[in-house]
Structures are given as C-alpha cells and as structure tokens.
Design a protein around this ligand. Sequence first.
Ligand SMILES: *Cc1c(COP(=O)(O)O)cnc(C)c1O
Length: 231
Amino acid sequence: MQMDSKLQTVCENYARIRDNIAEAAVKSGRSPEDIAFMAVTKTVDPVLVNAAIDCGISLLGENRVQEWQSKKDAYRPGVPVDFIGALQANKVKYLIGQIRLIHSVDRMSLAQEIEKQAAKHDLTQEILLEVNIGGEETKSGAAPAEIPALLEQIGALGHVHVCGLMTIPPPTTDTRYLEAMQELFLKTREIPGADMRILSMGMSDDYADAIRFGSNLVRVGSALFGARTYR
Ligand SMILES: *Cc1c(COP(=O)(O)O)cnc(C)c1O
C-alpha cells in the first residue's frame, strides 16, 4: 500500500476502535474517557505512529528497548510512552525518566533494579505488575498467588509505585481469563495501602471483552496499524 492510503487507513482504524471502546465502556457502566487507548508501536514505521498521534492517539506502548531507542526521536514530542515488553534488569537504566509507566514487572529483582535507577534520578517510577493469568509456561508474568507478596515487598521501596495490573491472557475467545483478572484486580484493590487504579488488559482481538471485564487501558497494535511484518 502507498503511504498516503496507509495513513488514511490508520485514521479510519483509530476512529472505529475509539467508537468500539466508547460503546464497550458505556455498556459496562463507565464513561469512554475512563478507558485509555494505547497504540502499540512495535515494528511500526514512525511516520505511521505520528499519523496515529495526529488522529488522536495520546499514549504509545513500546515492547523492545532497542527498537524504541532507535525510533523515539522521530516521534512527535509530548506523547507519553509506556513500556509493555519483557524487560531485562540491565536495560532498566535506559527507561527511567523517559517512560511513563512500566507494565511488565513480574519479579522482585526487577523491581529492585527499577528502585535503584529511579533513586539515581530522584523520581518515583510507576509500574504495573504483570500477571500470567493462564499459567502458561512460555509467558512472563507472576502467578496470581504471588501478587499480594510482591505488592507488599515493592510497597517497601521508596522510588517504585505499583498502580495496577497488566496481563496478556491466553489467545482464546473464552472470557474466563479476563474474568479471573477482574477478580484478582478487585481483590488487590482491597489490600490496605494498595493504589490499584489501572487494569491493563485487552489487545486487538479482545479489547471490547476486556473492557467488559473491567479493563481501563487497552493496548492495540495490529487492529490500528495493520498486520506486523517482522524483519
Ligand atoms: C504486541 C502487543 C500488543 C498488541 O497486540 P495486537 O494483537 O497487535 O493488538 C499488546 N500488548 C503487548 C504486551 C504486546 O506485546
């Protein structure tokens, strides 16, 4: 496809997804503004990312530290970027001070490295705990049973703040994993001192269902930008 028509397609996709998000929000008794719509930019040309920003996207999600570093200067300034990919401790230093929210914290050793780097910058890094809700061997994420202990341990750190949960559920139309995440999220909200505001759940194929089950941040890639081509 030519770039011009690609840009137009991104804007059309954006408008359609935004309407679907609004409809799902209203159906679940919330207001459309309560649901954040993240554009997941992996493998996507910065020209297309900027087109999405021009259409109205106000949050970007990056998966790979190196790819983000190579593209970030080409993005329109002023749009917050979240980190959503698997994260190695030795890459944390590249994110702190530049990333709004890290969605993919699933172990104490990673939280401790974030603490160390955030302290160096004299700031508090907001994070989500990633949950492996399907118990899949191939996926990262903490087991649901580990979440309360992680919350307590990270709560003792001075420069890391947990503000919710994130998940990539098993690819199925069965909504039981979404439901299990909603239950876990509601349970963690009741832990004294917890500040659980964000449930990051839902991608191109399941964002409407995810909103039904309490998600307030959906991460959409291919439905917005088209199928990814990996080089
Ligand atoms: C790639 C990715 C997405 C977006 O996936 P799509 O199915 O293309 O919408 C969302 N979240 C994470 C963590 C991803 O890696």
